[in-house]
Write a protein that binds this ligand. Sequence first.
Ligand SMILES: Cc1cc2nc3c(=O)[nH]c(=O)nc-3n(C[C@H](O)[C@H](O)[C@H](O)COP(=O)(O)OP(=O)(O)OC[C@H]3O[C@@H](n4cnc5c(N)ncnc54)[C@H](O)[C@@H]3O)c2cc1C
Length: 343
Amino acid sequence: MVTILGGGIAGTVLAGALAGNQVPVTVYERQPEPGNGAFMVLDGHAHESLAQLGVPLEALHERSHTVPGFRFHFLPEERRATRSQGHRLYQRADLMAVLTEFASAANAPIHYDKDIIDLDPSTGALHASTGAIPSDGLVIAADGIDSIARRRLEPERPAEYAGQVVIYGTIPHAVQLDTEPDVMHFHGQLGEGPMPTSTFGHMWNDKAVFWFTRLTREPLPQQDIGSHPAAHWADAIRAADPMISGLIDTILAATDAVHVSNARNVPFDNARAVQLPIVLCGDADHAITPAAARGAREAIEDALALYRAITADESPFDAMTERRIRITEERTQQTRVISRATA
Ligand SMILES: Cc1cc2nc3c(=O)[nH]c(=O)nc-3n(C[C@H](O)[C@H](O)[C@H](O)COP(=O)(O)OP(=O)(O)OC[C@H]3O[C@@H](n4cnc5c(N)ncnc54)[C@H](O)[C@@H]3O)c2cc1C
């Protein structure tokens, strides 16, 4: 029996893939229903991995928006436009709906409203607010950035502020803008490093406008995180790039509420070696700031690696050890590419 703690992106898709291959699996998820949240972008590689896990690509395409290209307005003209690599944009609720339908079609038992409040690091026994949960065998902790499993296994490895506050907004209807439609536009101001100190990103099409701001500043106190009227943050958002205040004002005027949060990373260069019987997966092991736009892709890759190991009767611990090496290499490579592009 495989027990999965957390029915987010990784937990749900892994449960569906395992159940579809007759591997007994059970998921415990604290939310009363599949999660909601900010929109996100997945690249072609993430889609290939989802397809290999068995998720129907047609269902994913139906619930997402194509992103054929990116435009980095703060770079010299000849380096501004980039074609995407199969990227698509999802409202998190839509992505979760597809993954949940996939898991449900495979009869994967996902127990919602089950908050796991403790777990025993040596046996993997879980404790819900309603009492102990019997679990034998492998426990996969896919319980996100504030993972209770990581807190028990590695209390010295908490999530850390990544230096930026991120603000996300969606306008659920078409708004005609002067920028090219379907393209993900990045405006902002470069500082001394390769990444902009402030960014205003947006994409629009005939259905909606998706936009975000990233601001380098001190972290927000907990009580300021969450949903706010867009007007509350208008001045800070305009300051992300004063050259495009007209575009920002048009977008803000059509936006009701924004979601505001502190970008965070889970550092894993000093992570403890993977140990029986609990394996950390996805954000629980190696969350990365939304600015990297790759946390979900990495969580899906973890799910695929674990799925392959479990169904081939190989070691899930070796699989996740291998994943950590791979993630480190890929992030180093991505940093090099960004540094070259902005040099
Ligand atoms: C604003 C923002 C924008 C982002 N944009 C992108 C993007 O463009 N591209 C990209 O690839 N990534 C993006 N990410 C990152 C992405 O959202 C995460 O990397 C991804 O959700 C990780 O998946 P996961 O399954 O590991 O964790 P999650 O999806 O967070 O799932 C964890 C689940 O565990 C549950 N849980 C937690 N604790 C318990 C408990 N004690 N008991 C029971 N259940 C529990 C939670 O309720 C949750 O459902 C973004 C993140 C943010 C915050």
